[in-house]
Design a binder for this molecule. Structure first.
Ligand code: RP5
Length: 282
């Protein structure tokens, strides 16, 4: 199992550098390494403890009897990566120590399920496919958003709501973050949905599993299912659609895909798989 690195060391995100992660020296991330002096910081964000609808109660609260590693009513507590351990009553991050116990800013104990839509088109110059000078491969572009919480550029993904089908999450998140559908009239929204339905019906799964996300803790972590929605036609809908950032995104753009891109969490790895799948420049 690959160990994580984005959620080890430094300060927990969005805590104004007040919540320092407990020390996890190099080579001690794996749980299999004995580390008797491990002193993780306990942190669950006040916004999560306030009990929003998307968050679990505190473990031990009366009536909270989660079915770990399973579909628990409408909440999916199963991991894409197999069975995770429950230690002292709490799920344990399968990718190692993070220096934080509790949920940080994540709502669920254990896996927090997201979906990431990678919407791609070929870059064109004067109506023809742009090709990279060095590799000779065509240049692919994807719809990339800038996250409002940290300013990093990312795939416009989001959380799967309880009971929601992943295919619905993928299109919903794309429409909310890259097209600002939350501020459309019902007619505009319907029209946009109809325009995109065909594209979103033809997706290919490119990744499913753990995300090395800076918000992960020892007891709560991000997982995702990423799909590629590619439009090959240079006169297709994606060449006409107007991008408009909304919801958790503060900006949106068509990003040329190449190996130099710096993206949020492990999104670069996901995009690399898409480039390989389509034989694009990297
Ligand atoms: C990442 O966080 C996932 O890959 C997904 O892009 C995102 C979901 O979290 P929010 O954008 O809803 O905060 O780990």
């Amino acid at each position: 199992m690959q160990l994580h690195s984005n959620c080890v060391g430094g300060y927990y995100p969005r805590t104004d550098n007040k919540v320092k992660r407990g020390e996890v020296p190099k080579g001690m991330v794996a749980w299999s390494e004995p580390f008797k002096d491990y002193k993780p910081t306990s942190y669950t964000a006040p916004s999560i403890l306030a009990g929003p609808s998307y968050a679990d109660p505190v473990i031990g609260s009366p009536g909270f009897k989660p079915a770990w590693n399973a579909l628990d009513g409408k909440v999916n507590r199963a991991s894409h990566e197999g069975t995770y351990m429950i230690v002292d009553g709490c799920p344990r991050n399968p990718h190692g120590r993070t220096g934080v116990v509790g949920r940080g800013s994540l709502g669920r104990w254990g896996p927090n399920h997201a979906a990431d839509p990678v919407v791609t088109r070929w870059k064109t110059l004067n109506g023809t496919k742009a090709v990279d000078d060095k590799t000779g491969n065509p240049v692919l572009q994807f719809v990339c958003i800038q996250r409002r919480d940290c300013g990093a550029w990312a795939i416009p993904g989001g959380m799967v709501d309880p009971g929601e089908r992943v295919s619905v999450t993928l299109q919903r998140e794309f429409q909310e973050e890259a097209l600002n559908s939350l501020e459309m009239t019902p007619q505009q929204k319907k029209h946009t949905e109809q325009q995109l339905n065909n594209l979103f019906r033809g997706g290919e799964e490119v990744y499913k599993g753990y995300v090395d996300d800076p918000r992960n803790t020892d007891n709560a972590w991000m997982e995702t299912v990423a799909y590629n929605f590619h439009e090959d036609n240079p006169d297709g809908i994606l060449h006409g659609i107007k991008l408009h950032a909304g919801d958790d995104a503060q900006a949106v753009r068509w990003q040329d895909i190449n190996g130099q891109m710096n993206l949020y969490a492990t999104h670069r790895d996901i995009i690399q798989k898409v480039a390989a799948r389509l034989g694009a420049h990297w």
